[in-house]
Design a protein around this ligand. Sequence first.
Ligand SMILES: CSC[C@@H](O)[C@@H](O)C(=O)COP(=O)(O)O
Length: 363
Amino acid sequence: MKNNVEIKNIFLNENRDAVVILDQTQLPNRTAYLEINDLKDSYEAILQLKVRGAPAIGIFAAYALAVEARRLAATITDTTLLLSKLQEAAAYLNSARPTAVNLSWALQRMCAYAETLRTQQPLAVADALIAEGEKIQAEDASMCYKIAQYGLSLLRKDSGILTHCNAGPLATSRYGTALGPILLGQEKSYNFHVFADETRPLLQGARLTAYELAQAGVDVTLICDNMASIVMKSGKIQACLVGCDRVSAAGDAANKIGTSGVAILAKYYGIPFYVLGPSSTIDFNCATGDDIKIELRPDSEITSKFYQKPMAPENVRCYNPAFDVTDHSLISAIITERGIVYPPYRENLAKLFSDRQADACKH
Ligand SMILES: CSC[C@@H](O)[C@@H](O)C(=O)COP(=O)(O)O
């Protein structure tokens, strides 16, 4: 049995003046790394999903901002000017994708930290921001491990588990969120049988989740999204585990398009449906899921991206929302690094994150 192999998805180059990412658009066929030291390329990497998954986007953006600080500090001698340029750079990166809150969360954290360094020289500010990026990544890895432990405590050996999209090491750090309990369980011989939804239209489940689980030696079966019902009905699934891109104060959870359908099916078949994510994904500024902005992506992702020839009539109207919001009433528990949260979510999330309520009020 293979164990969870650490996948290096985001790191700094040797000179610490560029971010290196595993280009997720090339998987599973090629393991290709990209070195990025330009702000526009960083923006494009997020937009084109070369780096994707809520926590991974946040970590990457933090590093990209620090690398930009390095580049600027080579010619700027005035720290006030540096800080204002970093604010602009952060706003630009943040505009790449709207739904996953981790992007703005990480950039806000970096900018707030930079503000505390106002009295220092630009080069010192840049070095400190590089260290802050590393801290964000290390914290994410530790949060993922705790999420994996809490999640595993809810699962029985030999269970069938269904997951949607990709919330594993590629999308986060080390264990992942939704895949965390599965990968930790694999290390402890839990013998899970995982069904991975392929996740139309961009196939994160097929290209990334099935790849990660197979690499770790987990028993994984790939299904098309529209097969989840038959698999659940046949009694093969004892729990659904999904990640999240933004969770509202009410516990409504945005995740990859199709997630809410899985939750509705799970409710019908009486299967527990768990949402797993770090505290950086909870957005107390969104009172409910209706406040979460859903990213719309190009039609070509549906009609032609993964086909040799277009698979739809030319110019047919398409609708391609990248995420949906699962209503809190469909969620059995939300699993964070601080613990397992059960309904009523508004009260219990507020209690577990009482230190974050003050932040929410400031906005
Ligand atoms: C790793 S947390 C969960 C999500 O980020 C993941 O399931 C997801 O929806 C990713 O969307 P993506 O569009 O691939 O960035």
